[in-house]
Design a protein around this ligand. Structure first.
Ligand code: NCD
Length: 284
């Protein structure tokens, strides 16, 4: 996070820190922010970016496996970001590549660079991470950002509230690890926790990860952040969202002093600049 902060001026002026270095982004799943912000971060540091966002137009379509794709792309780039629908895919990719691999989202499992920019946003907005009440609401089962963020937050002295419908509860494997370290409270509804929240982290129901469309239909629209709910929130409570949002935050919330999700996007650039510079050995 210190490195991300050091990148703030460079994000504005540009830099030649990574001149001549190449980033490859291999995206086997849809993305707007993660891919573009990594590419933008690399360009702002004077490097360049190659890659694909539609595996259907690559040799993957011909049946090439991930291991071979990695062994090929390592020849073209100094660092590779992979997003893949399968859990464990980034770890596997890293085993086959001789250059560093960054996990840009591995199925429903994890999204670690998002967690870093989320932490950085909390620190910037609240001046601390310790002693905050952080509420994660939404699809805690299939949402990978909340898994990585929960692990990260458990390294601080926070009180974590998990709010979701019963079916979308936080994964047991995550709970088991973080409960050893911090206080965790699970709830079905935001009504009784909204008054205590310092940070409200909202997520989208991950439609594409539901094994059954009928189950998704049942969960759809099961929570919504609106002005009525916010009447009971602390004045300085901030709302974050990894985006994209669908209907879980009403558009009228955007104009309130609570909304920080677009600033959060901005923080993704400096965090990813810091990661690239650190991984490529240009900062320490
Ligand atoms: C998230 C993702 O891909 O997991 N988006 C992102 O990277 N900011 C969240 C989502 O898709 O809901």
């Amino acid at each position: 996070m210190e490195m991300a902060q050091a990148m703030e001026p460079m994000a504005k002026t540009g830099s030649s820190l990574l001149q001549g270095r190449i980033l490859a982004t291999l995206f086997f799943e849809p993305s707007t922010r993660t891919r573009l912000s990594f590419e933008s971060a690399m360009h702002r540091l004077g490097g360049s970016a190659i890659g694909f966002a539609e595996p259907d137009i690559t040799s993957v379509k011909k049946g090439e496996n991930l291991a071979d794709t990695m062994r090929v792309v390592e020849n073209y780039a100094d660092v590779i970001v992979v997003r893949h629908p399968l859990e464990g895919a980034a770890r596997l990719a890293a085993e086959f590549a001789s250059v560093p691999v960054i996990n840009g989202g591995s199925g429903a499992e994890e999204h670690p660079t998002q967690a870093l920019l989320d932490l950085y946003t909390i620190l910037k907005e609240k001046g601390t991470i310790d002693n905050l009440n952080v509420v994660l609401v939404g699809d805690l089962r299939y949402g990978r950002t909340v898994h990585s963020l929960a692990y990260a937050l458990s390294l601080y002295k926070v009180k974590l509230f998990f709010v979701s419908p019963e079916m979308l509860r936080m994964r047991r494997e995550v709970l088991d690890v973080i409960k050893e370290k911090i206080n965790v409270i699970e709830r079905n509804s935001l009504d009784d926790v909204i008054v205590d929240a310092d940070v409200l982290y909202v997520t989208r129901i991950q439609k594409e990860r539901f094994p059954d469309a009928a189950e998704y239909a049942k969960m759809k629209g099961s929570y919504r952040i609106n002005l009525e709910l916010l009447k009971r929130a602390k004045e300085d409570m901030v709302i974050l969202h990894p985006l994209p949002r669908v209907d879980e935050i009403a558009p009228e919330v955007d104009a309130t002093s609570h909304a920080r999700y677009f600033q959060q996007v901005r923080n993704g650039i400096v965090m990813r600049m810091a990661l690239l510079a650190l991984i490529l050995g240009k900062m320490s």
